[in-house]
Design a binder for this molecule. Structure first.
Ligand SMILES: Nc1ncnc2c1ncn2[C@@H]1O[C@H](COP(=O)(O)OP(=O)(O)OP(=O)(O)O)[C@@H](O)[C@H]1O
Ligand SMILES: [Mg+2]
Length: 248
């Protein structure tokens, strides 16, 4: 049986202004898989997710992004969202004048906002402006609430665990598993995801199939998440530089 590639990134080069950040990125995420992305500060992890989402200012110089077999490289951000791509941002903006409960309805009129807010222990924030005055950890839960409303086919999470206390890391990990259908038998899973994390603690609360290391704007290593994390903990990213593990 042919493995379905929900996301297929080929030889991608991306610039922000005159700075080339991504260099020859190749990455494939199959249906039903959740991948982790590791790498030091400033290596291009956020740039990669923003380029997949199609944020303005992220200029694709060459290469392509295929999603569900379609070339989305030149599509607008809203077209990509409609195709099923969703993202929790590393530092999302606050939206003055828009209550979280109203944003849930805008994202998906059919979503059960009450249930989602309860699931994320976030009922007290329903009537507050989105992210306005939220603490660092609260912003992360707000992002998860929005993703649970959207139910994207491909969920991208940019450090959903940064600044989050232990109890809420568990909640967020469980929400990611729901978004990526880990409650369904593997062969029936369609949805996929990718998570950027520095510490990996959240991976104890969610199922991750594969991990990648990014260095200098390229994916330099791919493999088992726990094994890669142990290597990074033991040898640092210098160990990755020395290692000849081929990227897949
Ligand atoms: N608007 C911009 N103008 C110029 N350079 C930028 C801009 N946005 C990002 N960069 C640069 O691109 C590089 C990659 O940034 P990116 O945010 O993708 O890193 P990251 O791997 O997500 O790091 P972190 O782990 O700190 O979040 C950095 O050197 C950053 O300074
Ligand atoms: Mg980042």
């Amino acid at each position: 049986m042919e493995v379905v590639r929900l996301l297929d990134i080929r030889n991608l080069y991306v610039s922000i202004g005159d700075k080339q950040v991504l260099k020859d990125v190749n990455l494939r995420v199959g249906s039903g898989e959740t991948h982790a992305l590791f790498g030091p500060n400033g290596t291009g992890k956020t740039t990669l997710l923003n380029a997949i989402m199609g944020l303005p200012r992220y200029e694709v110089d060459s290469g392509s992004i295929l999603f569900k077999g379609q070339d989305i490289t030149r599509m607008s951000m809203d077209q990509r969202a409609r195709l099923g791509i969703g993202m929790a941002f590393q530092r999302p903006p606050a939206i003055r004048g828009l209550k979280l409960k109203d944003l849930i309805k805008i994202i998906n009129p059919g979503a059960d906002g009450g249930r989602i807010l309860k699931q994320m222990d976030f009922e007290n924030f329903a009537n507050r402006d989105v992210n306005r005055g939220f603490s660092g950890g609260e912003v992360k839960r707000s992002e998860m609430v929005q993703l649970l409303a959207q139910q994207p086919d491909f969920t991208m999470l940019d450090e959903p665990d940064s600044g989050v206390d232990l109890e809420n890391i568990k909640l967020i990990g469980e929400a990611i598993d729901i978004l990526t259908q880990k409650d369904t038998r593997p062969s029936a899973r369609i949805k996929s995801g990718i998570i950027i994390t520095h510490f990996g603690h959240i991976l104890d609360y969610m199922k991750t199939d594969r991990a990648h290391v990014m260095l200098g704007g390229s994916v330099v290593c791919s493999g088992d998440p726990k094994e890669i994390l142990e290597q990074i903990k033991a040898n640092g990213y210098e160990g990755c530089v020395a290692c000849m593990c081929p990227a897949k």
